[in-house]
Ligand binder design. Structure first.
Ligand code: BGC
Length: 811
């Protein structure tokens, strides 16, 4: 242990005090030993340091900071260098705001397009997500502070995120859900990592020895600190034993006392705690913000970086008849509420209070383009408005080109909740149909952070997907519209034709208790390509104003080289993608997987030799029999693509294997071997899992406990609890009916789906566990007994607090 001398000077109470927060955002300090408090702040695409009231849902304002494009957006740049640069700027801003730990990047896989937090995550592909995340981490930590990779792991939905049990087979866990973390940990070396709220195959991730010890620490060699997600600690001792150093936010010492008691009674050994303290001290001493570090950052310069990030990340999806870039002198009608009030980030804990906000109208005023006017055209919150629609059509009639800003409003993509559909609100589609009748030269600009259905694609000539491009997004899109910037983004996720086509369609967001990942390794393009399913836009797809030619592929045991030529007459950047597929049928696999990529800048007419090396992940698969990564001796198809569906060069390479026995009995897994794994039977999934699928419905006969949710009050024994449930449901319904969707969302995420345990974990000591016991008695039908328990415990707490106050006053 590095800090053994210091640890020896600490009392047991002092050691335990470091194991949870001092308040909502800071850790405990021990002044007499020079141990300072750390400040943790969200993350991930800007700093959210709250100056006054604290919350983890993005409710109260924070100090101004640059709002960079969200991760879902930057992933489309496929530019690792850009990721590192954004990280550096984030790190500089964090240091200027005296933030020691920046709570990001978030790197969960996009299992399903409905996940409310997809905008905060990079990709459906673990390799791309891992590489981008590692770059962010390196950048952030270059300022001496800590990045905090989150949410470890398999937190792929927001619905019931604090109580859902994710049932996933070991191979999918390793190959799909953990690989991005593995790359981030090994190549980025983050100093902190946040556990997720959910359970994984029956145990809370924060207490899960398999992922926290066997994999994270022992296999990947992670040396940093583990932080719980806010209020995500279930059993403090189990968390500690799995290696969790820091429970956030504060529990006013309640769980520290649990640790002390467990050590005093011999239930856990003090050396275990010392190791956690050692890692905490390393974090504290290596993330000190030096007194002289600048308190200000260059707002304009950072804004420009945010614009650069957006310029590389915006994706051009359609360009019929080369309607784009817009020619000078073309008369433009700008339509759509999002043009004036841009949608540039998502909702929840990642919300940033931006330093500057650009919109396209201001940009057009200063550009060579001719705008003949602006009309909102629709109500942002989804209501039909005939007057607005008619005014927009009247304007469109006079224009050469209609620039239509469409998208999802702030209430759609949010932490704590999943979307209900992947459609764009109907009133916007109605507007599009109406506009099409008067002017068919429509260029749509989409603003949303995740996949949407686009069945209306034939009604538009141009489609620019800005995703959530951050505070400088409007300028970036403007420069792409004029052609000052040649678009170079490509999708980091697949756009299916319709939601029903997605591989997890039948198993998202799961039932009451659990969600079964029956599709196993077949996520995103891995499924669509293997099951041969048509999609609207494949993974890795994006257009440019120039064209590229691929030639002269050479494959060796070390990697590939080929030539790339820009055959057009303007400079551009092409994202080249290396896919590998195993030709043997011995082990079920996706036909191809991304194993390398690069973004190559080329002048008009220029040719470059591109090299993409193989690495330790190129040929491996996880063998559940040997419990190790193995390589199958086989021929492998090595392809170079402009997207996953547009393979330009290919060759075959034989690779020696590691000689492991095949892990499966093929006959037991017909759906997986066919790749058509979107609705696998229970028997087949159980065979893959290796254990019986757990019961997925709430047991309504049992009294409610710590880990049951407020929503379960609907069948509680206590009448008062059932009343509370109906009251919440009514308020939610009423808010939706009256158009207050964001407030309705808040009720869902912060009350409805909250487990009872959260009441104690998130109130900073106002409600402690004994009081919660009383509340549960009331919920379970013993109202007066419970009430008296709560009151007795409350008065006990008050008298302890008063006594402590008096003791502190006496010298
Ligand atoms: C989110 C985390 C966030 C934390 C602190 C939680 O609700 O899941 O991503 O870092 O709050 O705001």
């Amino acid at each position: 242990m590095k800090y053994i001398t210091l640890i020896e000077q600490m009392t047991l109470e002092e050691k335990a005090s470091l194991m949870s927060g001092k308040d909502f955002w800071t850790t405990q300090s021990i002044e007499r030993l020079g141990i300072r408090s750390l400040y943790l702040a969200d993350g991930p695409h800007g700093i959210r340091r709250q100056a006054a009231a604290a919350d983890h849902l993005g409710l109260n304002a924070s100090i101004q900071a640059t709002c960079y494009p969200t991760a879902a957006t930057v992933a489309n740049s496929w530019n690792v260098e850009l990721g590192e640069r954004i990280g550096e700027y984030l790190g500089a801003e964090a240091a200027s705001q005296q933030v020691n730990v920046l709570l990001g990047p978030g790197i969960n896989m996009k299992r399903n397009p409905l996940c409310g937090r997809n905008f905060e995550y990079f990709s459906e592909d673990p390799y791309l997500a891992g590489k981008m995340a590692a770059a962010y981490i390196r950048g952030i930590q270059s300022h001496g502070i800590s990045a905090c990779v989150k949410h470890f792991a398999v937190n792929n939905q927001e619905e019931r995120r604090m109580s859902i049990d994710t049932i996933v087979d070991e191979r999918a866990l390793r190959e799909i859900y953990l690989t991005a973390f593995e790359i981030a940990v090994q190549e980025g070396e983050p100093k902190t990592l946040m556990s997720s709220y959910n359970l994984l195959n029956g145990s809370y991730t924060n207490e899960n020895i398999h992922i926290m010890k066997d994999i994270l620490r022992d296999e990947w060699g992670y040396k940093g600190v583990l932080v719980t997600d806010w209020g995500g600690s279930n059993d403090r001792l189990a968390g500690l034993l799995a290696g969790n150093e820091l429970e956030m936010p504060t529990t006013a010492g309640e769980t520290n006392a649990e640790i002390i008691r467990a050590i005093q009674s011999g239930e856990i050994v003090e050396e275990g705690l010392d190791e956690c303290v050692d890692r905490m001290l390393e974090l504290i001493f290596t993330t000190e913000i030096t007194a002289g570090s600048p308190r200000e950052f260059a707002v304009e310069k950072h804004h420009k970086v945010a614009q650069w990030a957006a310029e590389e990340s915006v994706v051009l999806l359609k360009n019929e008849g080369n309607i784009l870039p817009l020619r000078k002198g073309v008369k433009l009608a700008v339509i759509g509420d999002f043009a004036k009030n841009p949608r540039y980030q998502g909702a929840g804990s990642s919300i940033v209070n931006p330093t500057i906000i650009n919109n396209i109208l201001d940009y057009l005023d200063q550009s060579d383009l001719t705008s003949i006017g602006y009309e909102p055209g629709f109500e942002r919150q989804g209501k039909n408005n005939k007057k607005k629609l008619n005014r927009a059509c009247a304007l469109a009639q006079k224009a050469d080109v209609v620039l239509l800003y469409m998208g999802l409003d702030e209430a759609y993509e949010t932490e704590g909740l999943d979307r209900r559909s992947i459609e764009i609100p109907g009133n916007q589609i109605n507007l599009l149909h109406a506009l099409y009748k008067v002017n068919s030269n429509i260029v749509a600009v989409l603003a949303c952070g995740s996949v949407v259905e686009i069945p209306w694609i034939h009604k538009i000539k141009g489609l620019i997907h800005g995703y959530l491009p951050g505070q400088a997004g409007a300028g970036a899109i403007g420069r792409i519209l004029t052609g000052e910037v040649n678009p170079s983004g490509k999708l980091a996720e697949t756009y299916p034709l319709c939601y029903e086509d997605t591989p997890s369609y039948h198993h998202f967001p799961g039932k009451e208790v659990s969600v079964e990942y029956r599709e196993s390794i077949y996520m995103g393009y891995r499924y669509y390509d293997t099951a041969i399913k048509n999609v609207l836009f494949p993974f890795g797809y994006g257009l440019s104003y120039t064209q590229y030619e691929y030639s002269n592929l050479e494959v060796s045991s070390k990697g590939v080289t080929f030539e790339l030529t820009n055959t057009g007459d303007i400079p551009g950047m092409e994202i080249v993608q290396l896919y590998v597929g195993c030709k043997s049928q011995e082990i079920f696999r996706a036909v191809k997987e991304l194993k390398g990529f690069a973004k190559v800048r080329l002048a008009a007419g220029e040719t470059r030799k591109v090299t993409l090396p193989f690495d330790d992940k190129t040929f491996r698969y996880f063998n559940v029999k040997t419990n190790k990564w193995e390589i199958e001796a086989a021929d492998y198809e090595i392809s170079i693509g402009a997207s996953s569906a547009d393979i330009r060069l290919a060759d075959t390479l034989f690779v020696e294997g590691t000689g492991a026995p095949p892990p499966y009995d093929k006959d037991m897994l017909p759906a997986y071997y066919s790749g058509k794994a979107n609705n696998v039977s229970s028997t087949e999934f159980e065979y893959l899992l290796g254990y019986k699928i757990p019961v997925s419905k709430w047991d309504r006969s049992q009294p409610l406990g710590y880990n049951d949710t407020i929503a379960q009050c609907q069948y509680a024994k206590g009448r008062s609890a059932r009343f509370v449930y109906h009251l919440i449901a009514f308020v939610h319904w009423f808010l939706i009916k009256t158009g207050k969707r964001s407030t309705a969302n808040l009720i869902m995420m912060s009350i409805y789906h909250m487990p009872f345990r959260g009441v104690a974990r998130m109130t900073g000591g106002i409600v402690n566990m004994p009081m919660l016991d009383g509340i549960l008695m009331m919920v379970n039908g013993h109202f007066f007994r419970g009430l008296s328990h709560v009151l007795k415990e409350k008065s006990r707490m008050v008298s302890i607090a008063q006594k402590n106050h008096i003791d502190r006053k006496i010298p």
